[in-house]
Write a new protein. Structure first.
Lengths: 273, 426
């Protein structure tokens, strides 16, 4: 049943992803009336599906890559709705909604088969560790996308030509995009810090000090430092536009590296086929 | 043919008026009615012979009388003369001064014209948003004095729906077409809300003042004025002063020191050389920790070096750039206006269809009732012959006669509906 709900959610994300294009790029505000309700409905179906899936299979813990992907998709969709509620803008949906669609697509047709034998799986701490880190990743992605949209809008305003088909006008003002980018980062920092702290405490209790010599874990702490450095630079220098995109992209690649490092980690692998 | 149409009971819709296309300002201003006198004028219009309902729309670009009149031969020929007399008597303008500029629309064409006016398709600047508010104001006044009741009420409600539909389904009103409003739009694309923003006015000029006023209207809260003549700067600053707006006259020598405080700079000096160069832009941005700055350069020759636009965070628009955006917006509006015209035509058809089918209802009902009475009478006449039938057989006979009546009536009812459906005016 959870797969059916997920498929419905994916379909709704697809509809929202298409409807958001005219609303964000061609100043057709009535398309929001499709994009936003479709996203809200998709989030509800997605949540029900995920809750059912985790409850049945893994005691409320996303273990499988597909499940983690699904949870990240859900967090991104929620973030999009929060941004819409706060700033009344749908521009971010141009990127986020297709990402939500793609993140859910594979799990909707190839559900995860892996399980876990991790001893602390029954505690809520592990779930909190995973969810907080995914929320930080989602915040970072939102910040990167907002910076990217800032760059597009800036180019568009500097070009002055009103009809460049490859660079359509955005409905979101520059300062709003800048606010979204910075506030997303500021939201992500406590999430990442708490997520890492919880993870470290669990690791200390279950594995011991050797856990902290693993490349995956070292990468994760490097990411945390990069994250703090990025926030400091952005705030201190008022970094915007091109340079902000470069910086956010760099940190985002670190995130991807941390994610990928799971494959090479000796201690941070909990799944059992 | 006309006598058989229910139009006789509904009245005749007549619209008479002048607008910016048919009449020069000298004529329009003689007929203009201030909103304080609109109720009185509407009351007078309603007292004219043959007028059942009426509404007056008076704006700077048009004066129009929308009336629902008695629909008989004499009234039809008198309609225009009566309205002309009303204009002549009420405004004390000789008929021959008005007549050459008047246009008249009746029935379907009057509906179309009203839809077009409310949708801003007949405005001087197509897509301008004020006209719908003005139509609504006229409607409210007419309603208050009892000049709008049944048919005009439904027509005006439909008009508001059509105007709203045109606004939401097309982009007719989304782009600004004056230099000042283009500048404000661009500022909003950069800063979003202009609440709390600071505007620096360098030099003085009508257009820059207008742009500054537009910015204040949208929330800018601080105006700095710089002029080579300090007294002029002080006077201009005083002009902008209000409880919500902080104003300050800045000496010309302190221009570069104060410029980084401004989010928006409007320049319109007569200086032969550039006042702001690229390096100034870099310096300002550094001082503002990269917060964007918008330069609106209305001066000719230009006050701002166009290369400043290359500085990240600086946006420079000169008069040509602004005009280019305004012209493009105007072109966009023309394109959207075509789409809006299609909506209006469709809505006029729908409105008439509804009106006409409403006219056909009494005739259809009468025909159906007559047929039913005949059926009942025939059944009663054959009562004795049907006495032996079982209840099921009686029911079958009932159904059979009902079905026969319906089938016999069908072509006539269809013809009746067709006859009342709007026809091509040709």
């Amino acid at each position: 049943m959870s797969l059916l709900w997920l498929r419905v959610a994916i379909l709704l994300y697809g509809i929202a992803a298409l409807a958001v294009l005219p609303a964000a790029l061609y100043d057709r505000p009535h398309w929001r009336h499709i994009a936003i309700p479709a996203t809200v409905a998709a989030v509800l179906f997605h949540f029900v599906s995920l809750a059912e899936m985790l409850n049945v299979a893994h005691h409320r813990l996303p273990v499988d890559t597909h499940e983690t992907q699904t949870l990240l998709g859900l967090l991104l969709a929620i973030a999009f709705l929060v941004v819409y509620w706060r700033y009344r803008t749908v521009s971010l949906g141009v990127f986020i909604l297709p990402i939500c669609f793609l993140l859910g697509l594979v799990p909707a047709f190839h559900p995860g088969q892996e399980n876990t034998a991790f001893p602390m799986v029954h505690t809520g701490w592990i779930f909190l560790h995973v969810a907080l880190l995914l929320a930080a990743y989602a915040a970072l992605l939102i910040s990167l996308l907002a910076s990217l949209l800032y760059l597009i809008q800036e180019r568009r305003l500097k070009q002055k030509s009103p009809a460049l088909p490859w660079l359509p006008p955005l409905e979101t003002p520059l300062e709003v995009l800048d606010q979204i980018a910075l506030k997303a980062l500021l939201f992500g920092l406590p999430c990442m810090t708490a997520g890492l702290l919880i993870g470290s405490l669990i690791a200390q209790v279950t594995v011991g000090a050797s856990y902290f010599r693993d490349p995956k874990i070292l990468f994760a702490f490097a990411l945390w430092l990069a994250y703090i450095a990025m926030i400091y630079i952005r705030r201190a220098a008022g970094l915007r536009g091109r340079r902000a995109v470069y910086l956010s992209s760099f940190v985002f690649f670190v995130v991807l590296a941390v994610w990928a490092a799971n494959q090479f980690s000796a201690v941070h692998r909990f799944t059992a086929p | 043919m006309n006598q058989s149409k229910p139009k006789t009971t509904q009245g005749r819709l007549v619209l008479l008026g002048i607008n910016h296309i048919t009449a020069p300002i000298e004529v329009r201003e003689r007929l203009a009615i201030p909103s304080a006198r609109l109720a009185d004028a509407t009351r007078s219009l309603l007292h004219q012979p043959g007028i059942r309902e009426g509404l007056i729309l008076s704006t700077c670009n048009r004066v129009e009388l929308l009336t629902l009149q008695d629909d008989n031969e004499t009234a039809q020929s008198q309609a225009k003369t009566d309205l002309l007399r009303f204009l002549h008597e009420y405004f004390a303008v000789p008929p021959h001064d008005i007549q050459p500029h008047l246009y008249e629309f009746q029935e379907r064409e009057a509906v179309r014209h009203l839809f077009r006016v409310a949708s801003s398709l007949d405005s001087m600047v197509v897509g301008e948003p004020q006209i719908l508010g003005q139509v609504k104001e006229s409607y409210t006044i007419a309603r208050e004095v009892g000049a709008v009741s049944t048919q005009l009420e439904s027509l005006l409600q439909r008009t508001f729906t059509v105007a709203k539909k045109v606004r939401t389904e097309t982009q007719i009103g989304s782009s600004s077409v004056s230099i000042a409003s283009v500048a404000v739009d661009l500022a909003q694309k950069i800063f979003g809300s202009l609440q709390g923003k600071t505007v620096l006015l360098v030099g003085a000029g009508k257009m820059s003042e207008l742009a500054a006023r537009h910015l204040i209207e949208r929330g800018a809260s601080s105006i700095l004025v710089v002029n080579r003549t300090e007294s002029r700067a002080e006077k201009l600053a005083a002009d902008f002063a209000s409880p919500n707006v902080h104003t300050e006259a800045v000496p010309f020598d302190a221009l570069y020191e104060h410029a980084p405080r401004a989010d928006i700079v409007i320049t319109s000096t007569g200086a032969p050389q550039k006042i702001f160069g690229r390096s100034h832009g870099q310096h300002f941005l550094h001082a503002r920790r990269n917060r964007p700055m918008f330069f609106i350069d209305i001066a000719v020759p230009r006050d701002v070096d166009p290369r400043m636009n290359e500085v990240e965070g600086c946006f420079v628009y000169d008069i040509d750039d602004l005009q280019q955006v305004a012209a493009a917006n105007l072109a966009d509006r023309s394109r959207e206006a075509a789409a809006a015209e299609t909506i209006v035509s469709r809505e006029v058809d729908k409105y008439h269809e509804r009106l006409q089918s409403r006219d056909a209802v009494p005739a259809i009902k009468a025909l159906q009732q007559q047929a039913e009475e005949l059926r009942q009478a025939e059944l009663a006449r054959s009562q004795s012959k049907l006495a032996d039938l079982t209840p099921q057989q009686r029911e079958a006979v009932e159904a059979l006669t009902r079905s026969l009546t319906a089938k016999l009536l069908h072509p006539q009812l269809t013809a009746l509906r067709e006859a009342t459906r709007p026809k091509d005016p040709e």
